[in-house]
Design a protein around this ligand. Structure first.
Ligand SMILES: O=C([O-])CC(=O)C(=O)O
Length: 165
């Protein structure tokens, strides 16, 4: 990926960068990804996740706060394909995903807490474009999210562009 600065270097250059607690697993076919955050808060229901991944991603990262729920999966193979087809760089789920063998084959960054076989509820509820706080970070819409082999972090929109490293 062109112009990719590792999270380690970003963290060194910007001590104020928010680093997510290292509780996320990598499920995607793309280990390194970055982009502006689009935010969703849902609770064991994923229609908003589906709807959002069906809109143009334009290289952004969908950040889903599922409240850390270990009850069901908020994203699976079909939603992952929507993400690829619509140009999302990645999806970060504070919750679970499923179809992990399929997700691994997608050109999409995917982080989540765990795998879970059960599908989520189908109620159209949740909030979009709200600040999210979980795993020690606050993600606001438009913040830059950067993920790689070492974890992921959040750079507030005010920190863009990058400093000279
Ligand atoms: O539809 C769902 O709830 C999640 C899923 O399994 C998929 O994306 O394929």
């Amino acid at each position: 990926m062109p112009d990719f600065t590792p999270t380690t270097d970003l963290s060194d250059a910007w001590p104020q960068a928010q680093v997510a607690a290292p509780v996320f697993r990598d499920f995607g076919g793309r280990v390194r990804f970055q982009g502006e955050a689009v935010t969703l808060r849902v609770s064991d229901n994923n229609p908003l996740v589906r709807q959002t991944l069906q809109t143009p991603g334009e290289g952004r990262v969908l950040v889903v706060d599922g409240g850390g729920s270990l009850n069901c999966a908020l994203l699976g193979g079909n939603l992952g394909i929507f993400g690829v087809e619509n140009g999302w760089a990645g999806v970060i789920v504070h919750g679970c995903v499923r179809d992990t063998a399929e997700l691994r084959g997608l050109d999409l960054g995917i982080r989540a807490l765990a795998a879970h076989p059960r599908r989520s509820g189908k109620r159209e509820e949740g909030e979009r474009d709200v600040p999210l706080t979980f795993a020690g970070v606050t993600v606001r819409p438009g913040d830059r999210v950067v993920a790689d082999e070492d974890g992921w972090l959040v750079l507030g929109a005010d920190l863009v562009p990058e400093p000279k490293l």
